[in-house]
Design a binder for this molecule. Structure first.
Ligand SMILES: Cc1ncc(COP(=O)(O)O)c(C=O)c1O
Length: 409
């Protein structure tokens, strides 16, 4: 049976508000089983992790369950899954830890395409260590960031390269395995921001070639927390600042303070929910990793069909520029309206029950490089719950804006 988007939507209470949502790249709406997991965690005895009593054991089980679920999602080892407050926080912490080994003459490479959370932590850590920052550019016409762009930024003293798995502004998906090969050939470590990518495609740490990868469950139907994935052997070699009494075990060494157990329970539930979107042919008893890979194939096919429907509709409208043009990309479209502001378009859509925000979405460098300054554009993002009806509402509201909307600026 084909992907049943209405069955997915029926499980997400927030969608009952009725608006057509295209704001998923900023954060998705939450399925009931994910909400239930938070309630379940808090409605049962819960204590600091341990084995002495039920509360301690419940916390222990929640953490183990969440590590195993996120490991399945990211094709990683559960012992290499680190939880934190957000991807931004985890990237800052990792940058400070790695920078302990950097010094003058070393080079740290960031990309112009990235969200600022995969740029500024590296720049600030490099500056504190006296290391040099180099930039990977991208083509503003095609929005492609190619291995050649990366090659130009590498040198004999490159220590780390940070590149997005997919741009949250344009949807561009760089060729990560090819980039990883170049980075490792230069003797550097490769950090991938998979926050946007992991919401749209199945991810496998080793296949990507990343040494570190971050993602944020609230972008894929889960709660507001962050995840860092790496190889446990690599994490063993790193020594973040930590409290004296806290464990030095990996991955706990990287997790400062008490973990948000209820959010980890919800992150686990979100992964299970995604795995449940695999076509029935996959079988409910197949290993979760296999069901996740199959589910993302189905999600990608569903979202791509909707993206094509949007692009076809946009092509028939005058007065809109579509910036998302990379050959490989997520179903995330950045639009501007020559002579009119994207913020105005967003307001017009909101008044018609269509949520599509306008901003640079913290991809400030990318927005400026595209010639869009700090204002950015209107972002139309899809999620596993997006429907054809949503798309038609969007296209109608945009057509209305472009024809009968307020006068041109
Ligand atoms: C591509 C990308 N990277 C990083 C982030 C930051 O994630 P977090 O809010 O978990 O710090 C976002 C958030 O929008 C994002 O879209």
């Amino acid at each position: 049976m084909s992907y049943d988007v209405h069955a997915v939507r029926a499980q997400i209470p927030a969608l009952k508000s009725g608006s057509a949502r295209f704001d998923a790249p900023g954060g998705t709406q939450t399925p009931q089983p994910v909400i239930d997991a938070i309630v379940h965690a808090l409605a049962h005895p819960l204590a600091v992790r341990g084995v002495q009593n039920e509360g301690e054991r419940n916390a222990e089980a929640i953490v183990a369950g969440a590590r195993s679920a996120l490991a399945d999602l990211l094709g990683a080892d559960p012992r290499g899954i680190v939880f934190g407050r957000s991807s931004t926080q985890l990237t800052y912490d990792l940058a400070r830890t790695l920078a302990k080994e950097w010094g003058p003459g070393d080079e740290v490479v960031v990309s112009r395409l990235d969200h600022d959370s995969n740029i500024r932590p590296w720049i600030q850590a490099a500056e504190a260590a006296g290391a040099t920052v180099r930039w990977i550019e991208f083509d503003p016409e095609t929005t492609e960031l190619t291995p050649d762009h990366v090659r130009d930024a590498l040198g004999g003293r490159t220590r780390l390269v940070a590149v997005t798995g997919a741009s949250n502004l344009t949807g561009t998906r760089p060729d990560l395995p090819a980039i990883a090969e170049l980075v490792h050939g230069a003797g550097a470590l490769f950090h991938v921001d998979a926050v946007h990518l992991a919401a749209h495609a199945s991810v496998e740490l080793a296949a990507i070639g990343a040494d570190f990868l971050t993602c944020s469950p609230y972008k894929f139907l889960g709660p507001h927390c962050g995840v860092l994935a790496s190889r446990p052997e690599l994490l063993e070699t790193l020594h973040p600042d930590k409290l004296v009494p806290s464990t030095d075990a990996v991955p706990e060494r990287f997790e400062l303070g008490t973990l948000p157990y209820e959010l980890l329970a919800a992150a686990h539930a979100a992964v299970d929910f995604l795995a449940g979107l695999a076509p029935a042919a996959e079988g409910a008893t197949a290993p979760r990793r296999e069901r996740l890979v199959a589910a993302f194939e189905a999600i990608e096919a569903h979202e791509d069909a909707l993206r094509v429907r949007i692009e076809t509709g946009l092509a028939a409208l005058d007065g809109v520029t579509v910036h998302s043009r990379a050959a490989l990309r997520t179903p995330t479209l950045l639009l501007t309206f020559p002579g009119r502001s994207a913020a105005d378009a967003s307001r017009h859509l909101a008044a018609r029950g269509v949520d599509a925000p306008a901003s640079s979405f913290y991809a400030l460098e990318a927005s400026r490089h595209l010639g869009l300054g700090d204002a950015g554009g209107l972002r139309v993002g899809l999620a596993p719950y997006s429907s054809e009806e949503d798309v038609d509402l969007l296209l109608d509201a945009l057509a209305d804006y472009l024809t009968a909307g307020p006068a041109r600026a």
